[in-house]
Design a protein around this ligand. Structure first.
Ligand SMILES: Nc1nc2c(ncn2[C@@H]2O[C@H](COP(=O)(O)OP(=O)(O)OP(=O)(O)O)[C@@H](O)[C@H]2O)c(=O)[nH]1
Ligand SMILES: [Mg+2]
Length: 497
């Protein structure tokens, strides 16, 4: 069952770090400040369920190994099992659990990491059966995020996600022994006798109270972010967001384009907080580019929920630059995983342009094939700065081809804006209101900036619906409007690395 011969994830770097956790670690020993040398031995367990091929499960397990490594654990053995459906009680079934226990015992591993999410009951049962700490993929990812979070907002978001995930998983190990308060039939101090409350109930209550506090704090921090974003919207600039799988080079690209100086390094989830910078496209208007958190297969829903406000940089963008790693074993699987998260945050209708990055690492003759299989119109090396001019041209062309629909109310004194609306856009409807001229117009995303200030309800500005409608009307994006309305040839030949 050992899959030692599986190919390594090409993104793997075996670096190990210290783990000064921002929050208490959810996986116990891992985030207590250990150094690389005392990485905790762990057995990794994956299951290939019916309908999923073995290869998929292997790639996912490889990635789990990298995640474990990032969190400070060392995979001493990986076990992969084929099953039709998960065992409701133990996920892998009793027989397999015994094998896992034996394997862990022979390696003196006190930690077992599962590649899938376990229900609270499964986790509990497995811990009992294996007599070891059992951690699932979500817990592992949350743990890494906890180590990464540095900003106030990031810390609150991660802790919130952790607590929401932990709440149903709290274990009442002492439930029957340590009643708080008297409890019927027990002798507690005077004043505490009565129905009593189990330790588990106390823990749950504490966690719930903390969750409420964090939610309030996050709402407060979110107001600041919204104000900033509103200012940007009023400045009328087109907004681009860098999205993509973790470690594909989003931050490196932001730096290459804008000299932002954000941290870019070979490790998972190095960016948690968004950074926005201004970029002047060669023959166009200034645009804003935001770098944000990277995604991964099976990104925990609680994390996505908690990061909703930071991810609004993505949902509110005019165009997503979806950065793809040319060296990935399966770039299309990563693209699909990213799109799944985009759909989850409600950004599936934001126009997207794929950008094939790291082409300096692949054979030049392989680049056209990669462009074809991924559907990316442009190939770059963010690290070496190659292909950036073509990328910027491609962005300019794409923005000019994207249409948005706006409703604006222009004061009578600004006749110039009304004239511009007729010149740069397609005026669909017009009314004279007491406050000024009300117009509904369709214009390119590139030109929309100057009208945004007058938008009647900027938040309700239905840019995407209009873009989408067009894409399917002319059939250019049949089936999947994300894969751009133009093939690679529309942007010129691929960029040689
Ligand atoms: N060879 C090569 N490496 C690159 C390129 N672009 C980025 N990298 C490297 O890839 C690693 C990850 O880069 P980042 O820019 O931090 O990636 P990211 O997508 O922002 O990652 P997260 O924020 O962790 O999701 C770093 O070691 C970069 O130097 C490239 O064009 N070529
Ligand atoms: Mg980054």
């Amino acid at each position: 069952m050992s899959s030692g011969e599986r190919p390594r994830h090409p993104l793997s770097s075996r670096s190990r770090r210290g783990h000064a956790g921002a929050h208490p670690s959810t996986i116990g020993r891992l985030a207590t400040g250990e150094t690389a040398d005392d990485a905790e031995p762990a057995v990794l367990v994956g299951v290939a369920l019916a309908g999923h091929d073995m290869r998929e499960a292997e790639v996912s397990l490889d990635e789990l190994e990298r995640l474990a490594d990032t969190a400070g654990a060392e995979a001493v053995e990986t076990l992969l099992q084929r099953r039709d459906t998960p065992d409701p009680a133990t996920y892998i079934g009793g027989g397999k659990a015994r094998e896992v226990k034996e394997t862990a015992g022979s390696h003196e591993a006190r930690l077992v990491i599962f590649d899938d999410d376990l229900s609270p009951a499964q986790q509990r049962n497995l811990e009992d059966l294996l007599d070891r700490r059992v951690v699932d993929r979500t817990t592992l990812i949350l743990d890494i995020f906890a180590q990464r979070a540095t900003s106030a907002e990031g810390k609150v978001q991660v802790e919130l996600a952790q607590l929401r995930y932990q709440l149903p998983r709290l274990r009442g190990k002492w439930t029957y022994f340590s009643r708080v308060g008297g409890g019927s039939g027990t002798r507690g101090p005077i004043g505490t006798r009565g129905p009593g409350e189990t330790q588990l109930e106390v823990d749950r209550r504490r966690v719930r109270t903390r969750i409420t506090r964090l939610e309030r704090e996050l709402a407060h921090l979110d107001r600041g972010r919204r104000t900033k974003r509103k200012g940007r919207r009023e400045a009328g600039l087109v907004r681009l967001a860098l999205v993509g799988y973790t470690n594909t080079g989003k931050s490196t690209l932001l730096n290459a384009l804008t000299h932002a100086g954000v941290t870019a390094e070979d490790r998972l989830f190095s960016t948690l907080d968004p950074t926005t910078r201004r970029l002047h496209l060669p023959h166009g208007q200034p645009v804003l580019v935001s770098d944000t958190v990277g995604f991964v297969r099976k990104l925990p829903h609680h994390l996505v929920d908690a990061f909703q406000s930071t991810l609004e940089e993505v949902t509110e963008a005019d165009l997503l630059l979806h950065v793809v790693d040319a060296t990935s074993v399966d770039p299309n699987a990563e693209i699909a995983a990213v799109r799944e998260v985009l759909a989850e945050i409600g950004a599936e209708r934001v126009p997207e342009m794929l950008v094939l990055n790291k082409v300096d690492e692949v054979a030049p003759s392989d680049v056209p094939r990669l462009l074809r299989v991924t559907g990316a119109p442009v190939a770059i090396s963010a690290r070496h700065g190659t292909g950036l001019a073509d990328l910027q041209d491609a962005i300019g062309i794409r923005l000019r081809s994207l249409l948005v629909e706006l409703e604006i109310l222009v004061p009578f004194a600004r006749g110039d804006i009304v004239s511009a609306a007729y010149e740069d856009g397609d005026v669909i409807d017009v009314r004279h209101e007491p406050e000024g001229t009300w117009l509904r117009l369709r214009t390119s995303t590139a030109a929309a900036g100057r009208f945004r200030r007058w938008a009647v309800d900027p938040a309700a500005e239905d840019a995407r619906a209009s873009v989408h409608g067009r894409a399917s009307d002319d059939g250019s994006a049949a089936g999947d409007s994300r894969v751009s309305d133009a093939g690679p040839e529309a942007w010129g030949p691929p960029v040689a690395p």
